[in-house]
Design a protein around this ligand. Structure first.
Ligand code: ASP
Length: 275
C-alpha cells in the first residue's frame, strides 16, 4: 500500500493535476492521497497559501478583499471547469468571507487552500474526501502523535481510498491549527505511518534530493539513497525538498520515503530509509 503526497507545483493547475491523476491511476496501490494547496504555475505566480495569508492580512487591516477573493476563486474554478466537474468555488469563498467577518483565525484561513485542493481532487478522482481537521490533533507542544495515528488509522479503515488535505489539523477545542510552511509533507508522513504503508511517496517537482542546489550548482548530483538521519540533517540545514518534521513519523513507523518528481514520473527518485 502506498500513501502519496502531492506538493503545490503538482496541484498548481488543471494540467499538472492531470499528471497527478495519471500517476495515481498507474498503480492501484496508491490508495491514500494527501495534497498541498495549489502552488505557483510559473515563477511570477503566487502560491494559494500566500494569497490566503495576504487576504487575511488585508481583511485585518480594513482593506478591500474582493479582488483577492476573486483571484483565489478563479484558481479553483478554472481547474474545476477544465475537468468538467461541478464545484462551486464562489460558494466556498463566500463561506471563507463569512468566517473572516466572524473573526476566523489566521490558521483557519491559511488552511483553506489544502481543504479546497483536496475537495477538488476528490471530485476529479471520484474518491472520498476525508478531512484532516478531525484526525490530526495538536496539543500544546505540537502534534499529539498517539491520538493522531489512532484517529487516522481508525477513520481510514472505512475507506479503501481517500483524499486528505495536508498542512492542518485541530486543537482540543476543534480550532484549526496549521503546521509550519511546507507542512503537508508532515501530514503525508502521519497518514503513511498510521496506515502502515509500504511506501510514503512524496511527489514534488525535482528528481529527488541533490548534493547541492541543482539550480545554482552544476556539479550537484542526485542522491539515490539516504538514511532518515541524513535526511533530517539535510532538511535542518535548509534542503527544502522535504519538511524536517516529516522524517520522524515515517522513521518511527519504519515506512520508507520515496521522493519523486511529478514531471518525470519514471525517475527512481531518492529513497529514505533506515540503512
Ligand atoms: N501550502 C502550504 C505552504 O505553502 C503547505 C504545503 O504546501 O505543504 O507552505
Amino acid at each position: 500500500m502506498i500513501v502519496c503526497k502531492f506538493g503545490g507545483t503538482s496541484m498548481a493547475n488543471a494540467e499538472t493535476i492531470g499528471l497527478v491523476k495519471q500517476i495515481i491511476s498507474l498503480d492501484a496501490d496508491r490508495r491514500y492521497i494527501v495534497v498541498s494547496a495549489p502552488g505557483r504555475r510559473n515563477p511570477a505566480d503566487s502560491k494559494v497559501t500566500d494569497m490566503l495569508i495576504s487576504l487575511k492580512n488585508d481583511f485585518d487591516n480594513g482593506r478591500d478583499v474582493s479582488k483577492g477573493i476573486d483571484a483565489l476563486c478563479a484558481r479553483f474554478q478554472d481547474i474545476a471547469q477544465k475537468f468538467g466537474i461541478d464545484f462551486d468555488a464562489s460558494c466556498e469563498f463566500e463561506k471563507i468571507y463569512r468566517a473572516l467577518t466572524l473573526g476566523a483565525s489566521d490558521d483557519y484561513v491559511k488552511s483553506r487552500g489544502e481543504y479546497l485542493s483536496a475537495k477538488l481532487l476528490s471530485k476529479i478522482l471520484g474518491v472520498p474526501f476525508v478531512d484532516a481537521a478531525d484526525l490530526v490533533k495538536f496539543g500544546t507542544d505540537g502534534v499529539d502523535y498517539e491520538t493522531t495515528l489512532a484517529n487516522i488509522a481508525n477513520a481510514l479503515k472505512a475507506f479503501d481510498r481517500a483524499v486528505l488535505p495536508g498542512f492542518y489539523g485541530s486543537d482540543k477545542d476543534g480550532q484549526i491549527v496549521t503546521f509550519s510552511r511546507g507542512g503537508s509533507d508532515v501530514s503525508g508522513a502521519l497518514v503513511a505511518a498510521a496506515v502502515k504503508a509500504d511506501v510514503y511517496e512524496n511527489w514534488t517537482d525535482v528528481d529527488g534530493v541533490f548534493s547541492a542546489d541543482p539550480r545554482k550548482d552544476d556539479t550537484a548530483r542526485l542522491i539515490d539513497r539516504l538514511t532518515y538521519e541524513d535526511m533530517y540533517n539535510l532538511a535542518l540545514s535548509g534542503a527544502n525538498v522535504l519538511h524536517k518534521d516529516a522524517v520522524y513519523p515515517a522513521e518511527r513507523a519504519g515506512v520508507p520515503i520515496n521522493i519523486k518528481n511529478t514531471f518525470n514520473r519514471y525517475a527512481a527518485g531518492t529513497w529514505i530509509m533506515k540503512e
